[in-house]
Design a protein around this ligand. Sequence first.
Ligand SMILES: Cc1cc2nc3c(=O)[nH]c(=O)nc-3n(C[C@H](O)[C@H](O)[C@H](O)COP(=O)(O)OP(=O)(O)OC[C@H]3O[C@@H](n4cnc5c(N)ncnc54)[C@H](O)[C@@H]3O)c2cc1C
Length: 463
Amino acid sequence: MHRISFILYKRFSDIAVHRVVIPKVAIIGSGPAGFYAAQQLIKLNNEVVIDIYERLPVPFGLVRYGVAPDHPEVKNVINTFTKTAKHSRVNFIGNVKLGKDVSLSTLKEAYHAVILAYGADKDKEFGIPGENKPNVISARRFVGWYNGLPEDNTLLPNLNCEHVVVLGQGNVAVDVARILLTPVDILKKTDITQYALEALAQSRVKSVHLIGRRGPLQVAFTIKEFREMLRLPQVCTSFKTDQMAGVKEIIPKLVRPRKRLTELMVDAALKQNKGNADKMFYPLFLRSPVSILGSGDVTGVRLSVNTLEGSDFEKQTAVTTEKYEDLHCGMVLRSIGYQSTKADPDIPFDLKACKALPAPGIYSAGWLCTGPVGVILTTMSNAFEAGILVAKHIADKSIDVSQPKPGLDYVKQQLLQKGIQTVSFSDWERIDGVEIKRGKEVGKPREKITNVNEMLQIASQHR
Ligand SMILES: Cc1cc2nc3c(=O)[nH]c(=O)nc-3n(C[C@H](O)[C@H](O)[C@H](O)COP(=O)(O)OP(=O)(O)OC[C@H]3O[C@@H](n4cnc5c(N)ncnc54)[C@H](O)[C@@H]3O)c2cc1C
């Protein structure tokens, strides 16, 4: 071989042997966990390419479909997620569901690592008689309804009743109670869906009971949510006097933030005065639902009266007594938490704890990893950890990046064969633009599109 061509050949073969392999990572789910994991990973690795897959044509998970419409400030995290989505090494692929449109085994072939961040979209149940009656609705679906989640846009809750019972005392329970009690004039300036607004304008609901199995010292809602209830115009918050007896004396023993919340509850209990309020909010403690009453429609809830066992306030457990009482109502919202499911048969999954488990090349983040607890900030910490771990494993070669992986091209080819229309981030921005324009016309920040076909149709315009 000629000397120069030999040198060139040698150089090229060296390059071929020592070719740079770009690490490719798929993230499943575009809620806070998916975006925060991606944000951390691109920061720590200068080469990694990240593809975020989302079952819906639109991103942001529970920030769009969970966070209450009257909490717009919470949704500001969307600005950070948008920056991440627009990063040159990040792609958003909407309308692709893991376990239906794409399998974990395909993703493993296409990527060096997969981060599962698809949240918890099933609700826990009590398993009590009557739980399947019409108008016994999970708070998850009710929230999905007023927030425009496509699968819940036909829910039709019957608000033609005066009394509603919410089973649960977490922040989601307070959210749904607040939406039911807030004057429509306030809600109509939010991004709540138009159909929910119309239904709430016709609502006859006058009272909401919020039922907890433990006492006032164990409530799961936080001070911000409780304070908002106290500030609702024309709504009176009322406690059973005997349930608040002795609570004030315990306050000095409590630590923050429980201390401040309890002070506020005690204060509210002292001040409770119906005045000219036309709606009532009743936090009711030491009660557990036993059955939903009514031969056809819901007429009430039978509750067992509980006592507390244990000396440590935080850890006291509720024990049922032989006493029962019936609470009259026409609607029941069950709000006892969310649950993750195994979206694909190959996912390593703890069926008892309902959490994804780690495996080589498979990571999890957010509610799928921690269980459905905590707020966006807690999800952020967990997702950052997942991003850091994947970056570390790429660096120390625990993730095998010696061979190139085909990534998005490979998955897209399969999706194309199945006739699945994918949605890019700029497609989403088109949908976003239409929603904001429609909102402007009626004085709202946005009018959400709640139909997947319409979203896909807008996404595909001007391509
Ligand atoms: C009703 C409600 C109100 C809340 N309000 C607040 C609040 O005001 N402030 C606050 O800080 N926190 C709030 N939170 C908590 C916060 O929403 C969560 O901490 C956070 O959203 C969890 O993030 P995640 O990414 O794990 O899950 P998610 O936000 O649920 O995101 C998961 C994403 O994965 C997608 N997905 C699901 N299955 C698949 C699949 N098979 N394939 C592809 N994609 C899939 C989902 O569509 C979703 O977009 C609220 C939660 C709820 C339920």
